[in-house]
Design a protein around this ligand. Structure first.
Ligand code: CA
Length: 233
């Protein structure tokens, strides 16, 4: 392990789940710190300054949502919540409270690693910035300075709101963005419940950017949660 080895803090009370995460992460060169309670987890966030937190929502002492709130009071560290089936509502609340992404148990190692990679990459960039002035994913290319959007060689003409929606998805590329987050960032705080706006504009954007808008590959739906733009890397 070198100094550059990212430290993953696992806050999870199920020993089996901890064993699975420890094995998967160590095999892929992550350093793992484990705790079985929220209280101990919060102490580790403050004391060890880990690079990413995997947070189980169902903890015995303090609710995972409360833990998310506590961490966000003092830190921008990426939080990936681990939720069980039936915790859909809590998962969305955790994301709205500032968690970065989620995994629904059971999940594959490849999914776990992909989420961690995206989280670490985003946290390495200054807030609101992009590492590059051009975003690429598959056939899509967006010049973020000129605000031009291309699909292959063809320019796609977006309305200002469509562009704003796409630019917001690019800022969160690879990560889930909740309906509420998108409505607030694109339309403003007073629109947080107007999910029909989002449905209409997302359909328009897909129509312009997806080869087959009935089977989106770029802008995918996370049922009951929000949307995810395919990772540009
Ligand atoms: Ca649990």
């Amino acid at each position: 392990m070198t100094a550059a080895t990212p430290v993953v803090l696992v806050i999870e009370d199920e020993p089996q789940m901890r064993r699975f995460l420890r094995g998967a992460l160590r095999a892929h060169q992550y350093q793992v710190v484990e705790t079985a309670s929220a209280r101990e987890g919060l102490a580790q966030v403050a004391g060890r300054n880990p690079d990413v937190v995997l947070l189980d929502l169902g903890l015995p002492d303090v609710d995972g949502l409360q833990v998310t709130r506590e961490i966000r009071r003092s830190s921008r560290i990426p939080i990936i919540v681990l939720s069980a089936r039936g915790q859909e509502h809590d998962k969305v609340t955790a994301l709205d409270l500032g968690a970065d992404d989620y995994l629904t148990k059971p999940f594959a190692v490849s999914e776990l690693l992909a989420r961690i990679r995206v989280a670490l990459r985003h946290s390495a960039l200054p807030p609101g910035s992009s590492s590059d002035s051009t975003f690429r994913a598959g056939e899509l290319r967006v010049d973020l300075i000129r605000r031009q959007v291309f699909l292959g060689d063809e320019e796609a003409h977006l309305t200002p709101t469509e562009y704003k929606l796409l630019a917001t998805m690019i800022r969160h590329a690879g990560r889930v963005v909740t309906h509420r987050q998108l409505l607030q960032e694109v339309w403003g705080a007073n629109y947080a419940d107007q999910t029909h706006y989002l449905r209409v504009y997302m359909a328009q954007l897909r129509h312009k950017l997806e080869r087959d808008s009935t089977r989106p590959r770029l802008l995918t739906t996370e049922p009951g949660v929000g949307y995810r733009l395919r990772d540009g890397m």
